[in-house]
Design a protein around this ligand. Sequence first.
Ligand code: ADP
Length: 381
Amino acid sequence: MAKVLKAGILGGGQLGKMLLQQAANYPVETFVLEDDPDCPAAHLCHHFIKGDIQNFDDVYNFGRALDVLTIEIEAVNIEALEKLENEGVKVYPSATALRIIKNKILQKQFYKTSEIPSAEFKVVSNRQDLENYSSFFPAVNKLAEGGYDGKGVQIIRTAADISKGFDAPGVLEKMVEIQKEIAVIVAVDDKKGIVIFPPVEMVFDGHLNLLDYQFSPAEIPEKTLWRIEAIAIKVGKSLNSPGLFAVELFIDTKGDVFVNETAPRVHNSGHHTIEANYSSQYDMLWRILLGYPLGNTASILSSSLVNLIGEEGHTGEVHYEGIEEVLKLENTFIHLYGKKQTKPGRKMGHVTLLGKDRYDLVRNALEVKRLLKVISKPILG
Ligand code: ADP
């Protein structure tokens, strides 16, 4: 019988929760490190350890007795992971891969040296620095560290926008004329085996900068698909680490493909794989962490996916409106993350829809957005 391994997850958000839902099928004892004992993952792991994932001692002490460690968020203490790696704990993704990805400057330099196509860029150290590159506009200023869900990204069309730029180290990236945004999940095992999931198409909400809905597999010309697959595999190989990596790419109006960024973990763009693919991204990561063969990434049916985001004007104890109506739609699966408090723009859950016809999938996705609302409990009296 296979040995029951001890596996740790740094972070206890919804990604950790969905990873743990899948862990229940494997011989593994799970540990979560997170500050908030009420986080989505806290009640599904065998052992919850309260602590700061950015603190060296907390991460090191958490990892010491484990066989393997992974992350569900990049903002972790890398020095502690390096020490654990040196002491024989498996860290997937590796501390080196994490270090590259965690910092946008290092990540962009990595694409360049690895000959992976990504928009041209300049390294900037502060807001004033942006003035040196007005010939480079229109461009996108990105914070080196700490940005997420579009919060570390500012478009600089002309010199008049410089005041909106970040007064901190980052990159200034050439603006891509985006035709489509695509994400591909790449899985790499510890024997350098590599598989990729079918690409996903993402459609964004211009207002919140959060994903509006996504569709999978993406509808793209065959040659573009081959290009995207080759690039995603190159990213997976060049990072030189076991793990699961979500590669976000742009197809521009000319049909050229550029990598936007990579996440070294399970990702929002892979939620649909729970129902829509033979092996989900969560299943795949357990196979990698526990040293089992990689799974089958093929999609069983097409899918659309809607994120459930806290409504504007609603802050407080969460209340869901429209669950019954949504579940009446064909092949609809609700995932609520179990966060007790909602606030505008917070990711509170998602809904996956399966089907054969793209038109139906998009129409039903929009219907879900209309029917299902995440609000704060109405105050009575
Ligand atoms: P985050 O990691 O915060 O989600 P991203 O780097 O993915 O930030 O950028 C958020 C969004 O900004 C992208 O999905 C895309 O729509 C837009 N964007 C980012 N970089 C560029 C670029 N070089 N050209 C045009 N649009 C961009």
